[in-house]
Design a protein around this ligand. Structure first.
Ligand SMILES: [Zn+2]
Ligand SMILES: [Zn+2]
Length: 119
């Protein structure tokens, strides 16, 4: 959770991305990966999502912040470890990110639909 200052949009929210998604953005392509909203917004590439095991934190994304901070079963600690291991993690203006996503030719797919293959 936090605020950043964007050259275009000024003060606003941000998305945290891995270096691979950052590279996609540098190449002006539509960012591809998985979104996870836990304590903020994460967007990591499929490789990072799988290798760091973010799939197991999908249930955390459904919890409100008040419940997240109350968790004592180790899931938050595990999440923080995986979060800290995101390669080249950096922040990106959430509005710039939304604009990049909006140029997607596959924009018809609902962005909020959880892809839950584990179920
Ligand atoms: Zn990555
Ligand atoms: Zn921006």
């Amino acid at each position: 959770m936090g605020i950043m200052i964007c050259r275009i949009h000024g003060r606003g929210g941000f998305v945290e991305i891995c270096s691979h998604v950052a590279k996609q953005i540098e190449q002006r392509s539509v960012p591809r990966g998985r979104r996870l909203a836990i304590m903020g917004t994460l967007f990591v590439c499929d490789d990072c999502f799988e290798s760091l095991g973010f799939e197991r934190f999908a249930s955390l994304a459904e919890l409100p912040m008040e419940e997240l901070v109350e968790l004592t079963d180790g899931r938050i600690e595990a999440f923080e470890t995986a979060y800290g291991a995101i390669e080249g993690r950096r922040t990106f203006c959430s509005r710039c990110f939304a604009e990049l996503e909006a140029q997607s030719p596959a924009a018809s797919a609902p962005a909020a639909a959880p892809e839950d293959q584990a179920r």
